[in-house]
Every structure is written in structure tokens, then in C-alpha cells.
Design a protein around this ligand. Structure first.
Ligand code: NAD
Length: 447
């Protein structure tokens, strides 16, 4: 293995030029020009100078981000509690060592950084263990399962001095950054209202237990969550619709669009003042437990009202449902102010007056962190040791606002939130949801 200093050496900046060119296709030329000077050169592409990366959680997303990382680093190890998934990943990344237990993988001195593609209920324990083993971390969103986990993680990143990037990749999409920067600089006047629209989840069930596939260690997969019989609908991909493992689309998609809402308000290290929520379609007994359709209303100390609601016009993957009209309510983020509105989603932005999006910003007071490629930003930060665009505290607060919505959906009443103390005001019942009991042997002391 090469020394850290050698492997992170910088070569040329042709790649950074290409990144800017790609961004130019999406946003006005003036915006790209202004960003050009802030672009960072990409890390070395020489095989001997590339960081050594391990993938933990080799499902759909894990293998996707590892593929992205393999352009800039060497994927030297893969780990999964499902041996079939681990083997598929090992085929994809030839020469990668295969592990089942992430703790064994983290003992390896050959690994510089991990990519965490496990389900949400595993994110924090894996991330904390990786930081303790002096590895940098790219962790999928939502960064945590509970608000308490986020507080622990932020503290661990601070004390370890390691890099942590949260996989809320809309932060590295110039279209979203442009809209946030416009809103921050008063383009739509005083911001009064934000609406985040998220794909509705599935309301399905009841499901029946099934024989556990031989390749899967179901007990390990469940980890800290309470033990139950295996059902395919609880496991790969579908875990996100069970409150034992995740928060439904409220956290799955909220970690993207609510993240943008906080960024545009400059409150991405803070949070709302109140939250109340209504379940619109109740879960089916014996089926997915996360509410499929819902409405959440947040208020902030700055007076902005933020409504987060589900839409059935889009699939859980974000594409339009078959037959859904273009003018239907599709997922994205709408900002309304005293001088107009702007809507932004993946691949599209609109405004009450198109010129709101194209007119150059004269002497903007606020310039946002420039990143046009989320994974490249992580690799840049491995070398520079600078905080990434979606560092731990931002990932934690973006997850928190979604967790607050889920807690309000569980309780069905208005809750007051102290964003500085990160606790509900005089509400023992609500504060009880800030943590979750861990099933033994899993606990924070063992890692
Ligand atoms: N950023 C994005 O746009 C985006 C998109 C999709 C998914 N995600 C996130 O990625 C994560 C994974 O989602 P997915 O759809 O790939 O799920 P998945 O079920 O396809 O994959 C998860 C994998 O983790 C494995 N796993 C579970 N516990 C493990 C453990 N303790 N150690 C090692 N491996 C373990 C599972 O066996 C499975 O192979 C989720 O948190 C999800 O929210 C993010």
C-alpha cells in the first residue's frame, strides 16, 4: 500500500474542467462561470495513488456508489451479511476481499475509507465503528435512524478528525445549489413558505413469514432491531417501509428534499421550532408500518412555514406513475416568497417568472459550497481534509427534520422542538422517540 501522502497527490485539473462543462448544461452560464474559480481539481487517477475503499452493504445503492468510487479509488474489500450480495460485489470489483462482519473488515490496515450502503438501522453502528478504526466514511442517507444517533455521530466525527460525507447527493447538483443560492440571496423576496413533495410509500400487507434464504444471516441483518421471523418484504429494498428499520418515504426522500429546504433557509445546522403531522393513509395491520401518505407542517423561528406532503403521482423511485399527468403534483421543493416562487426537482426547475432563474445575482451576499459531483467531492476531501458538502452535522440535521416528522406522525399532535438543545420542549413522550432500544448484543460500547 502506498503512503497516504503519495496516494492523495493531485494531478492536473482536466477533470475539474469536464465537471464544470457538464454542469453548464443544467444552469445559466453566469452561474457556471462564477463557480469555475471555486472548482477543485480531482484526485489522482494513477492506480498506485488512489485511496483504498471498502463497501459495507452491497445492495442496489451500495454497488452503485462503489462503482462511482471505483473511478477515483480502488475498491479493495466488500462486506455483506447476504453472501450472494457480497459475491456479486466481489465479481464487480475484481480482487476485492470478501467479508461478512464489518468489524473484521475494519481491522484491515489496507482500507482508508468505507462506503456505507447498509439499511438505515445499521448506518450509525457501522459509521461509529469505522470512525473508531480511523477510516473516512461516505454514508448513505438518511444518515441515522434516530436523532440521538446523529448527535453521537457528529461528536465522533469531531473527535476523530475523520471525513464523513452523507449521501444526499442533491447537494452536488448545480440545479439545486443555484435555487438555494437564489433563495438565500432574496431572489423571491422574503421567503414565506416551503413545500417539499415526496413520493408516497406503499400501503401493503399483511405479509407472511417465509423460510430464510440460505445465503442470508437474518439475525445479523436485523442487528439492533427487535427480532422477528424472516419475511422478504422486511428485508432487501423493502426495509425502508418499516419503522423498525427506517421511516418510510418521509426519511427516504425527505433526506433529499428536506435537506434542500434547510439549505435554502441557511438552517442546515439547526431545525424547526414546531412540527405537527397527519397520517392520510393508515398502515395495514401486519404490513408495512411506516405511514404511506401523510402531511407534515413545520414552523421555524424565522417565520417560514414548511409543509411536507406525499404524492401518489410518483413511484417510490421518483419516476412519474404510469398515466400521471405532467401537471400533477410531482416530487420536488417549492419556495414561495413575497416576489415570486421557484420549484426545483431532479432535472427540472420552474419559476413564477422564468427570469428569476436566469438573471445573474448582483453581488450575492451568500455563496454556497460548490460541489458538482458528490463522490468526487468526497475524494477531494480525503486529500484536502476539508469538510465535504454534506458533512456529518448537515446529514444529521437533514435526517432530524425527517425524524421529527415521523415522530409527529406517530403522536398525531403538535410538538415544540428546541433545535439548539435537540429535544422536545417539556414532552417526555415525544423525547422517548429520540432514541431506540438496542437488541443485545448490539450496543455503543462494543464498537
Ligand atoms: N442517495 C440515494 O439516492 C439513495 C438511493 C437508494 C438508496 N439509498 C440508501 O442506501 C441504503 C441502502 O439502500 P438499498 O436500496 O441499496 O438497500 P438494499 O436492501 O438493496 O441493500 C442493503 C444491503 O446491506 C446489507 N446489510 C444489511 N445489514 C448489514 C450489515 N450489518 N453489514 C453488512 N451488510 C449489511 C443487506 O444484506 C443488503 O445487501 C439505504 O439507507 C437507502 O436509503 C440512497
Amino acid at each position: 500500500m502506498m503512503s497516504e501522502a503519495t496516494r492523495f497527490a493531485v494531478v492536473g485539473d482536466r477533470r475539474s474542467f469536464l465537471k464544470v462543462s457538464a454542469a453548464a448544461a443544467l444552469v445559466p452560464a453566469w452561474f457556471v462561470e462564477e463557480c469555475r474559480s471555486q472548482e477543485e481539481p480531482a484526485p489522482s487517477s494513477s492506480p498506485n495513488e488512489r485511496p483504498h475503499i471498502a463497501l459495507i452493504g452491497c445492495g442496489g445503492r451500495g454497488r452503485g456508489i462503489a462503482q462511482e468510487a471505483s473511478r477515483l479509488g480502488n475498491v479493495v474489500a466488500v462486506c455483506d451479511v447476504d453472501s450472494k450480495h457480497a459475491e456479486e460485489a466481489a465479481k464487480q470489483f475484481k480482487g476485492a476481499k470478501v467479508y461478512k462482519d464489518f468489524r473484521k473488515l475494519l481491522e484491515s490496515k489496507d482500507v482508508d475509507a468505507i462506503l456505507n450502503g447498509t439499511p438505515d438501522h445499521w448506518h450509525t453502528l457501522v459509521n461509529l465503528a469505522a470512525l473508531k478504526a480511523n477510516k473516512d466514511v461516505y454514508s448513505e442517507k438518511p444518515l441515522t435512524l434516530t436523532i440521538d444517533e446523529g448527535k453521537r455521530l457528529v461528536a465522533a466525527v469531531r473527535t476523530s478528525g475523520r471525513i464523513l460525507q452523507t449521501g444526499s447527493q442533491q447537494r452536488s447538483d448545480p440545479r439545486f445549489r443555484l435555487v438555494c443560492e437564489l433563495v438565500r440571496n432574496g431572489r423571491i423576496g422574503k421567503l414565506t413558505r416551503i413545500t417539499t413533495i415526496l413520493p408516497a410509500g406503499p400501503a401493503r400487507g399483511p405479509f407472511k413469514p417465509a423460510p430464510t434464504p440460505t445465503e442470508l444471516d437474518w439475525d445479523f441483518w436485523q442487528g439492533q432491531a427487535s427480532k422477528c421471523e424472516y419475511m422478504p418484504e422486511r428485508c432487501h429494498l423493502w426495509f425502508r417501509y418499516w419503522l423498525d428499520y427506517s421511516g418510510g418515504t418521509m426519511t427516504d426522500w425527505g433526506a433529499h428534499h428536506n435537506d434542500i429546504a434547510l439549505w435554502a433557509m441557511g438552517l442546515d445546522r439547526s431545525g424547526p421550532a414546531t412540527v405537527e403531522a397527519k397520517v392520510l393513509v393508515n398502515p395495514i395491520a401486519g404490513g408495512f408500518t411506516a405511514p404511506a401518505q401523510y402531511e407534515v407542517e413545520y414552523t421555524y423561528a424565522n417565520g417560514v412555514r414548511h409543509r411536507c406532503l406525499s404524492t401518489t403521482a410518483d413511484t417510490i423511485f421518483g419516476s412519474p406513475e404510469r398515466g400521471a399527468k405532467p401537471e400533477a403534483l410531482h416530487h420536488g421543493v417549492k419556495f414561495e416568497g413575497t416576489d415570486g416562487w421557484i420549484f426545483v426537482t431532479r432535472g427540472r426547475s420552474e419559476a413564477s417568472d422564468p427570469e428569476l432563474l436566469t438573471r445573474p445575482l448582483a453581488a450575492p451576499k451568500v455563496r454556497l459550497y460548490v460541489s458538482n459531483n458528490h463522490m468526487a467531492n468526497f475524494f477531494d476531501c480525503l486529500r484536502s481534509r476539508k469538510a465535504p458538502v454534506c458533512e456529518a452535522e448537515i446529514g444529521h440535521r437533514s435526517a432530524s427534520v425527517c425524524h421529527l416528522g415521523v415522530i409527529a406522525l406517530r403522536l398525531g399532535r403538535k410538538l415544540k422542538w428546541d433545535a439548539a438543545k435537540e429535544e422536545f420542549v417539556d414532552d417526555r413522550e415525544a423525547n422517548g422517540y429520540l432514541t431506540r432500544e438496542m437488541r443485545r448484543p448490539w450496543n455503543y460500547d462494543m464498537i
